[in-house]
Design a protein around this ligand. Sequence first.
Ligand SMILES: [Zn+2]
Length: 291
Amino acid sequence: MLSTLLLPRYVSKLHNREIDDMAFIRDYAAKPACEFSAELRQACDDYRYFIRHILKPVRDDLQAKVRQNTVTLHAAFGGNLIAAHSVDYLLAVRNAAGISGDRKDLIVTFDEKFVVAGAYIRNRKMELIDAINNGLKHIRLRPKQYREIIERYGQISARSLNEHDGRIMCHLAQYRFDYCRVVLMPALTALSSWEFHADGDVLDFAKGDLDVAANHTSLDVYDPSDPSTAIDQMIELCASPCANCQEGPDDCDCAEYVFAGEQGQYEPLHAASPGELDALLALISPSYRTS
Ligand SMILES: [Zn+2]
């Protein structure tokens, strides 16, 4: 009944990287073994190398700087470039496995496939990461190639990101927000919180088949049937990180940001339904009654 209260603990662990590098167990039925060509094995091995030696170190360096508000502009562009290149590595695996679709197709479905978190820029984070990378690479986005992006964000260039007090602010038409917290870190985290032991794991990930949500039960979370944990659950619920910037309620600056011309706000990652809240309050205080 209180299952949604368990997720903040999971997310907290994820952000603290306590569950990083663990082998995830998938809960779907075993699939028939597929034939791995030499090309597919190479592509899987290339991605494993990329994630282990490049993506994870970049994520860790950037995460430390984000936490301390010491991010530099060049570090953000470097992390952004690596995040954008992850598309090419995953596309190589997909192509070698005979999965149809080009790079553009993968970018527009990327966030959903790889469960990139975040309330704002929903399902458009990798699209923006790619556009920021190309804005830097080509000095300005090519209008014919990026017509839809330019219509949404305006022209994008190296000047679209700005260093301000150790944060990297993204300044676009109708948008102003902390680029690392809102866009880049959620993408890097979604891409790198895995340990692939076999080519089949890489292929499942590249297909978008690994299910993050299915792994909650393997974690050390509260026992919903244990009333003694009710206060802990309530405290954790009240301190839920912001779904947008991953900061706690006291540190979230989303109200200072602008998304599509609208003021942002703190959005708890998980809020209890009225029924769940009543059940929790009744456990904390047996005299609690709803009218
Ligand atoms: Zn926030």
